[in-house]
Write a protein that binds this ligand. Structure first.
Ligand code: GLN
Length: 392
C-alpha cells in the first residue's frame, strides 16, 4: 500500500471521542465526551423548523452569514466592551475546533513554537502538529492548577509565537483571574506574540469566579485571537457553529484558511442560531444556575462515595483522583486508560483518562463531565459509590 503522510503518524485519534464509542458499545453512562443531554432553547428549534422550508439551503458567505456575524459581534462586543466589526474582525467556523485550527494555521510557520498549558484540551496537540508548530508545555499543577509565570516568560524568550489559553479550562476547570490574564497578556505584548483563547465555557463559571475576556483587557484586542462557539452556551454541540474574533490582519488570514478547509458553516443552522442572540440576559443566569446545581450535586455525590476530586471554578468537568484504586492488586501497573475501560465495562460509567490531557506522566486522574440530567447524574453517582467500595 502507498505510504501515508508522516503527519498522521504523529498523533492518535481523540481519546475523548474514542471513550464515547467504547461507552456506547457497552451501554454505559457517558460522562466522558462533554455534551449536554437536554434540548437547545425552543426559540432556536422553532426557527430551525421554519428554516427547513424558508431556507437558506445553499452556501452562506464563506466567512459567515451577515445576520449571524452581526449578532455574534453585537453580543461579544458588549461582553468585551469594544465594538467588533462584523466585516473585518470575525470569521464564522465549524465549531471552535475549526477556529483553533484556523488560528494556528494563520499564525504558525513550520517550526514555530506555541505555548500550551498542561493539562490541555487534547485538540491543541493535534492542532500544533497539523500547523507545523511545536508546543512548549506550561504545567498547570494539580490540585490547584496554578502556573509559574517565569516559565511563560521563558517560553516567550525562547521565541514562542503564541500562548493558548483555554478559559475556563478543559479539563481542570480553572478560571483565569484578571491578574493572571493581565500578566500573561503583558508578556505577550512585551515579546510581540499572540494570545489565542478558547472560551467555549464562558457562561459556565461558578460563583465567586467571573469570566474575564482577554481581548477586552486594555490594549489587548490586537494581540488576542478569540476562539469560541455556540456549542456549550446553547447546548448545540452537533450544530458545529463557532467563530474566531481578532484583529483585521489575523482574521483576513483565518478567513482564507477557513475558506479552503470547510468553505463555511451550515447555512440553515446559522440562520436558526441567530435566534440565540435574542435571548434575554436571564437565559445566561439560568444556564449558570443549572450548571452550578449540577456541579454541586455531582461533587457532593463524589464526596459521598469518598472519591477525591478538584473543585472546578468553571466548565463542566471534574478530575477524580484514582491513586488508591491503582494501588489495589487488581489494578497494579494499569494505565488510566485501562482503568477507564474497566470502569465502563464493570461499573457502567465512562470517563476520560487524564493522561490524554497531561504532558507530564500523570496517570492517576480521570475526567468526568456533569452536563447530564439530574436522573442520569444520580444513577452515575450510585454506580460510582459501588466502585468506591473497592477502596473502602
Ligand atoms: N469539549 C468536549 C470535551 O472535552 C467535547 C469535545 C469534542 O468531542 N469536540 O469532552
Amino acid at each position: 500500500m502507498p505510504k501515508l503522510s508522516d503527519r498522521v503518524g504523529t498523533f492518535t485519534d481523540s481519546v475523548i471521542r474514542r471513550m464515547t464509542r467504547i461507552c456506547n458499545k457497552y451501554g454505559a453512562i457517558n460522562l466522558s465526551q462533554g455534551f449536554p443531554d437536554w434540548e437547545p432553547p425552543k426559540e432556536m428549534l422553532d426557527s430551525l423548523a421554519k428554516t427547513a422550508y424558508t431556507g437558506p439551503h445553499q452556501y452562506a458567505i464563506t466567512f459567515g452569514a451577515k445576520n449571524f456575524r452581526d449578532a455574534v459581534c453585537a453580543k461579544q462586543g458588549k461582553a468585551i466592551g469594544r465594538e467588533i466589526d462584523p466585516e473585518k474582525e470575525i470569521v464564522i467556523t465549524c465549531g471552535s475546533t475549526e477556529s483553533m485550527m484556523c488560528a494556528m494555521m494563520t499564525i504558525c510557520n513550520p517550526g514555530d513554537k506555541v505555548m500550551v498549558f498542561s493539562p490541555f484540551y487534547e485538540n491543541y496537540g493535534a492542532d500544533a502538529i497539523l500547523s507545523g508548530a511545536s508546543p512548549i508545555y506550561i504545567p498547570l499543577v494539580p490540585p490547584t492548577y496554578d502556573y509559574d509565570i517565569k516559565l511563560i516568560e521563558q517560553g516567550f524568550k525562547d521565541g514562542a509565537k503564541a500562548i493558548v489559553i483555554c478559559n475556563p479550562s478543559n479539563p481542570c476547570g480553572k478560571v483565569f483571574k484578571k491578574e493572571e490574564l493581565l500578566e500573561i497578556c503583558n508578556l505577550a505584548v512585551k515579546y510581540d506574540a499572540y494570545v489565542v483563547t478558547d472560551e467555549v465555557y464562558e457562561h459556565i463559571v461558578f460563583d465567586p469566579y467571573k469570566h474575564v475576556y482577554a481581548s477586552g483587557l486594555p490594549g489587548m484586542f490586537d494581540h488576542v485571537i478569540t476562539c469560541n462557539s455556540l456549542s456549550k452556551t446553547y447546548s448545540i454541540t452537533g450544530w458545529r457553529l463557532g467563530y474566531l474574533i481578532g484583529p483585521e490582519d489575523v482574521v483576513d488570514g483565518a478567513r482564507k484558511v477557513h475558506d479552503f478547509l470547510t468553505v463555511g458553516a451550515a447555512a440553515p443552522l446559522q440562520e436558526a442560531a441567530t435566534q440565540a442572540f435574542l435571548l434575554p440576559d436571564e437565559y445566561y443566569d439560568e444556564l449558570k444556575e443549572k450548571y452550578t446545581h449540577k456541579r454541586n450535586r455531582f461533587l457532593e455525590g463524589l464526596d459521598e462515595a469518598g472519591l477525591k476530586h478538584n473543585v472546578p471554578q468553571g466548565s463542566y468537568f471534574v478530575m477524580v483522583d484514582i491513586s488508591n484504586f491503582l494501588e489495589l492488586e487488581q489494578f497494579k501497573g494499569w494505565s488510566d486508560l485501562e482503568f477507564c475501560e474497566w470502569v465502563i465495562k464493570n461499573i457502567g460509567v465512562a470517563a476520560v483518562p487524564g493522561s490524554s490531557f497531561f504532558r507530564e506522566p500523570i496517570n492517576n486522574l480521570i475526567r468526568f463531565h456533569f452536563a447530564r440530567s439530574d436522573e442520569v447524574l444520580e444513577e452515575a453517582i450510585r454506580r460510582l459509590k459501588k466502585m468506591a467500595q473497592l477502596v473502602k
